[in-house]
Design a protein around this ligand. Structure first.
Ligand code: PLP
Length: 441
């Protein structure tokens, strides 16, 4: 009996990719804490190695617990196949390196997580892969920076600190006209946005954040949309269209055709994962699955709480400005409404009237919010970027990345809204001497 195809995220999160274990009846996904798998016979082993049949060989390449997570995130994003990795950083690295060789380039939005920025500006550069950064305010900037050696475009759906939603549909459509795939980091908007539906070719997540949701496990997943014709632009994608000397001359767009449009993700697994390592551990896949099962429910509460907090702080006398898509106007609001169908997310920026000094005091006065360099936990989190994540940048660089001296990044959790607002209010009072509780609710 084939598994039903669900489209609702609440059901996908609980059921996609797994039905009770055929040998034990286990309903929860078992943790297959094993390095290797016994072959049925020599023919079976040869078929697995020759990719005539997909199956378990060795846990660096695939593992049954990790496989369920891959299938479930893939179903959630509406893709054809996925690959889980040891971190979100590994997922970004693999997503780009799967298409690039030394001498190639990619075009990326400037609005990026700092770790991705470093990877692109320094590490990929040292490997001979140039990253051309463009302002996403004008989608045409991507086309202008593209040449024959451009292998992909890269952006985040909901990048912090500015929280300007990326124009996925516009940029993806421009890329498809000239045969360039768009890779989206959808870490901050799972469930809220499905980049593949808007024309992106590949989606990645740091599962460390909302998908895992409980701050227990670092991880990443890349999902292949199966919606990009790599063969039609064969010259642009040599890694998928030229014989691969490290795999008996396999041409990936041809070799796995009978298995579906999965050339991109298969090549990532059998070449990059084989050669560079960085698999997700089975235990982390299990813990991430526990998070994923309640993700749609948590996203609802994350978003509802964030909306209330944004409205409350927007009227607070100690707050200069609140940065949240719900409060934006003009083109940024139009983009947020077009891309985020189920809520504006739970990241928020606030600028305090007292600048850096007030920002530091506010963080120190928080009693329930955790002061951590993380986002997307079920608990509410806060950080003062000017003195932490962005402290290596000059004030000018901080300003251009959207970080002012009094900027605080909040990741609103799923606690009771009254407790979230009470903690923010008492910390604002302690930091700025403004005790007034605005009458937002
Ligand atoms: N992408 C985004 C948007 C992130 O916020 C992060 C981490 O903060 C990453 C990627 C990297 O993920 P990881 O920390 O799991 O390597």
């Amino acid at each position: 009996m084939s598994a039903p195809t669900w489209t609702n995220p609440e059901t996908i999160a609980l059921h996609a990719g797994w039905r009770a274990d055929p040998s034990t009846g286990s309903v929860a996904v078992p943790i297959h804490q094993t390095t290797s798998f016994q072959f049925q016979d020599t023919g079976h082993a040869a078929r697995l190695f020759g990719l005539a049949e997909l199956g378990n060989i060795y846990s660096r390449i695939m593992n049954p617990t990790v496989d369920v997570l891959e299938k479930r995130v893939t179903a959630m994003e509406g893709g054809v196949a996925g690959l889980a990795l040891g971190s979100g950083q590994a997922a970004t690295s693999f997503a780009v390196m799967n298409l690039c060789e030394a001498g190639d380039n990619i075009v990326s939005s400037t609005d990026l997580y700092g770790g991705t920025w470093n990877l692109f500006a320094n590490t990929l550069k040292s490997l001979g892969i140039e990253v051309r950064f463009v302002d996403p305010a004008d989608p045409e900037n991507f086309v202008k920076a593209t040449d024959d050696r451009t292998r992909c475009w890269y952006a985040e759906t909901l990048p912090n600190p500015k929280l300007n939603v990326f124009p996925i549909a516009e940029v993806a459509a421009l890329g498809r006209k000239i045969g360039v795939p768009l890779i989206m980091d959808n870490t901050a908007a799972p469930v809220l946005c499905k980049p593949l539906q808007h024309g992106a070719a590949i989606v990645m997540h740091s599962t460390t954040k909302w998908i895992g949701g409980h701050g227990t496990s670092i991880g990443g997943v890349v999902v292949d949309g199966g919606n990009f014709d790599w063969e039609a632009h064969a010259d642009r994608f040599p890694t998928l269209n030229k014989p691969d000397a490290s795999y008996h001359g396999a041409v990936w767009t041809q070799a796995v055709k009978p298995l579906g449009p999965i050339a991109y993700i298969i090549r990532m697994r059998v070449i990059l994962l084989r050669d560079l390592g960085a698999p997700m551990a089975p235990m982390n896949a299990f813990l991430t699955l526990q998070g994923l099962e309640t993700l749609p429910l948590r996203m609802e509460r994350h978003c509802a709480n964030a909306l209330r907090v944004a409205a409350h702080l927007a009227q607070h006398p100690a707050v200069e400005k609140v940065i949240h898509p719900s409060l934006m106007t003009g083109e940024p609001k139009r983009r947020a409404d077009a891309m985020l169908k189920a809520g504006y997310g739970s990241l928020m920026g606030i600028e305090l009237k007292g600048g850096k000094d007030a920002g530091q005091k506010f963080i120190e006065a928080l009693k329930m919010f955790y002061h951590v360099a993380n986002i997307g936990d079920a608990r509410s989190l806060a950080i003062h970027p000017a003195t932490t994540t962005h402290s290596q940048l000059s004030e000018g660089e901080q300003a251009s990345s959207g970080v002012t001296p009094g900027y605080i990044r909040l990741s609103i959790g799923i606690e009771h809204i009254d407790d979230i607002i009470a903690d923010l209010d008492q910390a604002l009072a302690a930091a700025t001497g403004t005790g007034l509780r605005a009458a937002a609710e």
